[in-house]
Design a protein around this ligand. Structure first.
Ligand SMILES: [Zn+2]
Ligand SMILES: [Zn+2]
Length: 378
């Protein structure tokens, strides 16, 4: 995205401008750049411009956001608010009252903003006209399940289209009728002097139709709260804390379903520690294997494998088992397992064992003549 221009500069006002000056400046620019008022070839440009001035106004007309902007600049706003948040609380209705509200509401919702809060273009419209909300839920799986992938069943409550009226809100067998107040247009016109003003019809919420016999199951709302069960496919190699998006599995009030986000948490494992696609584990070996070398059995997420221990292995030495880590979601390769060796020192020796260790110690400290010659010329 292009670098944002200074909001005051965008509106062409000074930093000390009053709220009235800011409003006036915005209203003037909004009229000028309203995409419906420019010729077709300049529409795209005007839309961009309209978004830019509207964002500047949304921030500078809100005392709290203005204070943050004055103090920290764009950083102060962008680090705290999403674009939607910036617009959500801005008072555009105030600016575009007298019937302009609906025009601008439509425009904003075309641009992807919902400035009039719920329902966008129709502030009084019923819930049936909104896409359902996105929902989020958490699931916990084991490290083994994250390694292999798993189909996990989840269940949750959410608003769903009423099965009885299929979301219409009208009792089965009854029909919606044309709203008598607005005669189906969804808009009420009033006159003030020679200006004709339009307003959303409050009887039908702008829909143009009303329900005479509300559906008994949902009370005319068109949706009911229901428990929903789903099987979520969790891919092998998933990272702790990542979210899976299930399109259309969120809330549904009758005109489009929201999405469901499933956040996956991976339980701590008693043997394995995961870092990215690699696995870390500890392996105890006895003193004799450390000294003389040998093969030991090591647990991996794939099961047990044999690992070679070379002669003279030191405590704390780390060995790599290639390809025994997690599958990488992106590359299709696999990470490695790193095995750190702990050497167990024998305790409670028998007298025979003590004797043998004693002999070893003597060889080390009082080497034979042959041994001394060998070491000297090594
Ligand atoms: Zn119903
Ligand atoms: Zn009406």
């Amino acid at each position: 995205m292009a670098v944002k221009r200074d909001y005051y500069e965008v509106l062409g006002v000074s930093r000390s401008a009053s709220i009235d000056d800011i409003k006036k400046a915005y209203r003037k620019l909004a009229m000028q750049f309203h995409p419906d008022r420019v010729e077709e070839s300049k529409k795209k440009e005007a839309e961009e411009k309209f978004k830019e001035i509207s964002e500047a106004y949304a921030v500078l007309s809100d005392p709290e956001k203005k204070r943050l902007y004055d103090q920290f600049g764009h950083e102060g706003i962008d680090s705290r608010f999403t674009t939607e948040d910036i617009f959500r609380n801005a008072n555009f209705g105030d600016i575009f009252s007298n019937g302009f509200g609906s025009i601008f509401g439509d425009l904003f919702s075309d641009l992807g903003f919902d400035i009039f809060g719920t329902g966008g273009r129709r502030p009084h419209s019923s819930a049936r006209q909104q896409r359902g909300r996105d929902l989020a839920l958490d699931v916990e799986i084991s490290l083994e399940q994250a390694f292999k992938g798993i189909e996990k069943e989840v269940s949750f409550s959410c608003n769903q289209v009423c099965p009885s009226c299929k979301g219409s809100g009208a009792a089965p067998g009854s029909k919606k009728i044309i709203c008598p107040a607005c005669k189906g247009s969804g808009v009420i016109y009033t006159s003030a002097g020679f200006i004709r003003l339009s307003q959303t019809c409050s009887s039908c919420g702008g829909e143009g139709k009303i329900i005479t016999h509300p559906c008994p199951e949902c009370g005319g709302r068109g949706f009911v709260r229901k428990r929903k069960k789903l099987t979520v496919k969790i891919p092998a190699g998933i990272k702790n804390g990542s979210s899976l998006r299930l399109r259309g599995e969120g809330e549904n009030l009758g005109s489009g379903a929201g999405d469901l986000y499933v956040r996956v948490h991976i339980k701590k494992h008693s043997l394995f520690e995961r870092d990215g696609d690699d696995i870390f584990s500890l392996q105890k070996i006895d003193l004799y294997t450390a000294v003389l070398g040998g093969r030991v059995e090591v647990s991996t997420l794939d099961g047990k494998v044999k690992m070679s221990i070379p002669e003279g292995t030191q405590p704390g030495a780390v060995f790599r088992l290639r390809g025994k880590g997690f599958p990488s979601l992106r590359r299709g390769t696999r990470g490695d397992q790193f095995v750190k060796v702990q050497v167990e020192i024998p305790k409670n020796l028998s007298s025979r064992e003590k004797e043998l260790f004693q002999q070893l110690s003597e060889i080390k400290n009082n080497p034979s003549f042959r041994e001394r010659i060998k070491r000297a010329f090594r």
